[in-house]
Ligand binder design. Structure first.
Ligand code: 9MR
Length: 369
């Protein structure tokens, strides 16, 4: 299904061609105040959070289970980051294991931890082809599929209304060739499901920033061209899309092509942009040389985000190699995070700190005479 057809479907549905106006201009971050950093775990050591410019959040994905981990993990999470994304706790399969039976504990704990540490929560993810509860059946008629999807979006967003600053409303809706991915949602509901999901989420929490999130779109690729067109069409049709998330699961030896220029062309549509799931996997064994190249790539991604005013957050997909998804999914790769398996900072962490220090506004020079 091409993105042109999405636009056609939107029009066919009789939608008003009103450009959606965000409540605040892009680039200004969160409308909800995030308190400043609590005292650092290691006094005297500056953290990423300390140095991040106002208006750009620094986040990490956190698996709900990570929160019950050792104090050192919790201390780093609380001091290095001012935002967090639910790595798994808010996925539909985990939230509603049986129809109408919700398991909120993991997600609630995450939101509570964030609140106690003055951190913003990035909700992930409402509509995805993966991690759908098994009880949602492809044999159901379209009306039933639509009703459960709407119920899911509405229930989850309403529960965290005012406490989640942004949502990945739809995740990975595009295929590698830029067409809409063949999913249960597309097959049953047609391309209009994307717009509907944003409208349902907006109705449930009009203050939340609503994102479309994908991978393989960081550089100028066929897929990012298609995403650009999709976002443009959705906004022209009045759909409340506030931002575009660039997952950024990168390989140490494959930097994206023109990341900064790519972020800019999305920003020109009037949306916020965000680095949502950054990690940089290296081919094992991880040598000092590879970790230096990894550090350079982390730095480049941060630099790109900071160069684009519309970039509102920079989030890593987990901060320790001890808990990264990479070894389980990418054979022969690992060591993708900012801290090693013993929570010691790696060159990539130092590179981010260095980049942030370089970007600090220069102290006013003494007046002549
Ligand atoms: O890191 C997540 C891993 O623990 C889960 O098993 C997996 C399936 O739910 O999802 C991983 O996170 C993915 C994210 O939700 C969407 N973008 C790609 C991420 C890495 O696969």
């Amino acid at each position: 299904m091409s993105v042109a057809l999405v636009a056609a479907a939107l029009l066919a549905a009789g939608m008003a061609l009103v450009r959606y106006a965000p409540e605040r201009p892009p680039g200004d971050g969160d409308a909800r105040p995030v308190p400043s950093s609590p005292a650092s775990a290691a006094p005297g050591r500056e953290t990423l959070r300390d140095l991040m410019p106002p208006g750009v959040k620094i986040g990490s994905a956190v698996d709900g289970r990570g929160l019950s981990l050792e104090p050192a993990y919790r201390a780093l999470l609380g001091t290095e980051f001012n935002a967090m994304t639910a790595e798994n706790a808010m996925k539909w399969r985990n939230l509603e294991p049986l129809p109408g039976v919700y398991a909120w504990t993991g997600a609630d704990q995450l939101v509570d931890f964030a609140h106690q540490h003055g951190q913003a929560v990035y909700g992930h993810t409402l509509v995805w082809h993966s991690d759908v509860p098994k009880w949602v059946s492809p044999d159901w008629p379209a009306d039933q599929v639509r009703a459960v999807l709407q119920e899911h979006v509405t229930t989850v967003v309403s529960r965290y209304r005012g406490r989640v600053w942004a949502w990945d409303v739809v995740n990975e809706v595009l295929d590698e060739d830029g067409t809409l991915r063949d999913t249960l949602w597309l097959r049953k509901l047609g391309p209009g499901y994307v717009a509907d999901a944003f409208r349902w989420a907006h109705a449930a929490d009009p203050g939340a920033r609503l994102f479309i999130n994908d991978y393989g779109v960081e550089g100028r690729t066929r897929k990012s061209d298609a995403l650009l067109k999709l976002v443009r069409d959705l906004r022209r049709a009045g759909v409340p899309v506030d931002g575009v998330g660039f997952q950024s699961h990168l390989r140490w030896d494959q930097p994206p092509r023109d990341l900064t220029g790519n972020l800019r062309r999305f920003a020109q549509l009037g949306v916020s942009v965000a680095i949502t799931e950054l990690d940089v996997r290296v081919a094992l064994p991880a040598t000092p040389q590879k970790l230096e190249r990894q550090a350079t790539l982390y730095r480049q991604v941060l630099r790109a985000c900071l160069a684009v005013t519309a970039c509102v957050s920079f989030t890593v997909w987990g901060f320790t190699d001890a808990r990264s998804w990479i070894p389980g999914y990418h054979r022969g790769y690992g060591a993708a995070c900012l801290f090693d398996g013993s929570l010691a900072p790696k060159p990539a962490h130092a590179a981010l700190l260095d980049e942030l220090r370089r970007q600090l506004p220069r102290a006013a020079s003494p007046s002549p005479g």
